[in-house]
Design a protein around this ligand. Structure first.
Ligand SMILES: [Zn+2]
Length: 475
């Protein structure tokens, strides 16, 4: 043991490892993986099957259970070394009907979707005068007297960006608008869809759910319908609308995170995990969110499995349960790994559609950054640049961020993602096979080189200590 440590330290200090972290053989395999992924379909057949045979798969629905069975069968058929599931328990929500209607000063039916965990209205709906706010902050600042007994309309419009940053700026209206409006005595919430399309369909999505907090019936209307409502609000007459929702929340359902592993030959206890989420919203077929991610990581692992040699460390696929309704699979995964996060060499999730990857960002210990740079060298032919330090690997790895998990974000072009996100229009035709193959190539290279890396990336205490130190020196 001691000899090995000294040898490793000696090699490192002597320089060759520091200058070039990877052997020629490992790099040659990375290039082979990259080229074979580009020559393939990126897993297009996988997402075609998932969206066609299973379709929409809201967490807790009958289709969710079928999707779990489908994934287990797929992984077993592909011949991974180990295939298993781990439970995740969460409250579920079921959509009945939703309706938003302007009753005066003109009559309009607005294209509507209820938001996740919206309670039902009384049958026939709620009718009241509308009070409009520019964004969540304006609602938060409002005098309750302006809001009480009215229907709140938040009109903020999501901005289109490559990074998806516009989503983060706008989504608060959806995630907490209902509870803020409830505190001020409103009767219901209507938001402009958090999406970038001008087509006439609404974008659903999650509201932060807590069974102890009162929420209002809450719906999103399409962008053109929100424009219409704004024009009506600009007139002199009060605008009255009806909102009707029928929906049901069920306290507990248990679904499964689904795993497949290629067991490492040298350090099988150390793991590179690439993930996606298996659930989707109940509208559309969950093609870009997140059937694409399921296809990308499965295809990447399949290519590595097809090599005539094993990676040094183990590589795992994780298909998370119940991401859309509150990261429940990700939370269950993190909770079960509180005492062994150091085993996770690197994690990365594909959950941003099927657009091309343009940058690699990473949250790793300082000493390992040159290894990330060496990985980027092999991603450069795919058009992938070096990004910033940081990130959390994707939404389902966010709950593990507090444990200090080492994570890579392969940043996808999200310019068009929010045209389809959480809508009836999230369907297979939105996926471009060439772009999917570019993603699969990047994940294959990342997983392989992550598993062959000459050092760990600092998961756990090392990363947390370095971050605490940086924060202290910044003060
Ligand atoms: Zn997603």
């Amino acid at each position: 043991m001691r000899t090995t440590l000294w040898l490793a330290a000696g090699l490192f200090l002597a320089g060759p490892l520091a200058a070039e972290p990877y052997s020629e053989e490992d790099l040659a395999i990375a290039r082979e993986l990259r080229e074979s992924a580009l020559a393939g379909d990126g897993g297009y057949e996988i997402v075609a099957e998932l969206t066609t045979d299973i379709g929409p798969r809201l967490a807790g629905s009958e289709a969710d259970a079928r999707a779990v069975e489908w994934a287990v069968a797929l992984f077993e058929e592909m011949g991974f070394d180990r295939v298993w599931t781990e439970p995740a328990t969460f409250p579920t929500w079921h959509r009945g009907l939703e309706r938003t209607e302007v009753v005066s000063p003109a009559h309009h039916e607005l294209v509507t979707l209820a938001l996740g965990f919206s309670p039902a209205t009384p049958k026939g709906g709620i009718e009241a005068e509308v009070v409009m706010f520019d964004d969540l902050a304006a609602l938060e600042a409002a005098d309750p007297a302006e809001v009480a007994d009215r229907i709140v309309f938040i009109r903020n419009r999501m901005e289109r960006t490559r990074t998806g940053a516009g989503y983060g700026r706008a989504v608060g209206a959806r995630s907490v608008g209902s509870r803020v409006a409830a505190e001020k005595g409103a009767l219901a919430l209507v938001i402009r869809s958090i999406g970038t399309s001008n087509n006439r369909f609404a974008h659903t999505g999650m509201q932060r759910f807590d069974s102890d907090v009162r929420m209002l019936p809450a719906v999103a209307i399409s962008n053109p319908d929100a424009d219409l409502l704004e024009r009506l609000m600009a007139g002199d007459e009060p605008v009255r609308i009806q909102v009707e929702v029928d929906a049901e929340t069920v306290e507990a359902y248990t679904s499964q995170n689904v795993f497949a592993e290629i067991t490492g030959s040298e350090m099988p206890e150390e793991i590179v995990a690439i993930g996606a989420h298996l659930d989707s919203w109940d509208v559309g077929t969950g093609a870009i969110d997140d059937g694409a991610g399921v296809a990308i990581v499965t295809e990447a692992a399949r290519l590595i499995k097809a090599l005539d040699r094993r990676p040094d460390r183990s590589i795992r696929i994780i298909l998370f349960a119940a991401e859309e309704i509150g990261l429940w699979g990700g939370r269950a995964w993190a909770n079960a790994r509180e005492d062994e996060i150091e085993r996770y060499q690197l994690v990365a999730e594909s959950d941003f559609g099927a657009g091309r990857i343009y940058a690699i960002s990473a949250r790793v210990k300082d000493e390992a950054w040159p290894v990330i740079a060496a990985i980027q060298d092999e991603l450069a032919p795919l058009g992938i640049e070096i990004g910033d330090r940081g990130g959390n690997g994707g939404p389902d790895f966010y709950p593990a961020a507090a444990l200090g998990v080492a994570a890579v974000d392969l940043r996808q072009d999200g310019t068009e993602y929010f045209d389809y996100h959480h809508t009836v229009n999230d369907t297979l035709d939105k996926i471009e096979p060439d772009a999917l193959a570019q993603n699969a190539a990047a994940y294959a290279v990342l997983a392989w080189l992550g598993a062959q890396a000459p050092m760990d990336f600092g998961s756990g205490e090392t990363i947390l200590a370095e971050e605490a130190q940086r924060e202290a020196s910044a003060d």
